[in-house]
Write a new protein. Sequence first.
Length: 404
Amino acid sequence: MNKRLMALAVAGALAAPLAASAEGTHVTIFGRLQAEYATVDIDGFNAQTAVADDALQSRWGLQIAEDLGAGLRAIGRIEYSLNPGGGEDRHLAREQWVGLGGDQWGELKFGRVQSVLKDFAGGHTIDPFAYTSLHANGSGGLMASSDNGYGSGDHGFVNSAVRFDSPVVEGFSVAGLLMPGDADKNDPTRDPSYAGGENGEWDFQVAAKYSGQFDAVGVDVFGAYSRDNVSKLQKSLGASKDEQIWRGGAIISVGDFRLRGQYERVYDANPFGGAASCTHASAFGDYNPLSPTQSADGGRGQCNSAMNPNGNGSLWIAGADYTIGNTTLIAQGGMAVAKKTGDILTLDPYYAKRNVENITVGVIHNLSRRSSLFGGYQRVWVKDRNIATDTDRNVYSVGVRHDF
């Protein structure tokens, strides 16, 4: 009996400060668990099959809010990744920010936030398979997230940033992200892939979108611009000009049928953590940094959305999906074109043109509001003049996801 009373006393002592700290603040635990049985079969190599979360979508976190009155609230988010199927912690930190928000004011966030190109204007919002190994990031069709997080891929998180999202007014809304120029002082290793720069560069993104319903037809139109300014360190190592990305797209829906499309134009891809780089998030594991389109072991890596260093290029994705009850049927395709850079007859760094095309078909079935099954097939054609053999690939996947 004494042991029971002691245990209750200890539990009460621990619970008291927790209850006090939560007074007036609403804290929600959230997360996602996802695993796939996926096979990546690259021409010229043995097929590799794994049970894992290649798309790095499993996570847990805390959503924090406090009502400040007058329609204003304090908000915050802490989020960490999980890795079902393996013990390696890849990109452990996800969103980490604090801010202010209100229905009439919008939201202002400070810290590590998502790229505007990822969750606001197109990006993951236009690809139903964005959170699986069948996604268009890394296989051609959508820009993969670079090390600095400014892309639309799975690792689209920007450090040391300020982001504003406006309220929706008559169907219109805008979003913007700003990273101070001296943000790389937070990086003690002086890694050139870190965005920002001591000498005054300010990286930013801006986007706008409109959503409207016209009788039975729903229309969503969006546009965005991203500028990753070259830092002094990056320029000394060979980066030429500031990287720029322009994006536009739309979603048209009629009942249970949707048509989707997005186009991106990339200028002066930054070779140090920018649009000319390949990350684990888009590579699905290991990759060869000297050949962004190939993994180091010929395995699961796929990063065909990367541009040539300091080069231009374009990406597009188009698709359709139809919902029958709790099941959505999906068909889509995409393409990436990395223009050549330099001159093969001079001492200028030379990279040949690369074309990548892909098609994806599959299905998502919702078991409930929070649980779903998904699966499908993706074919990728690679025409890369920088390597001796084109690395076409087939991807097969079946997975399960639960949100909590």
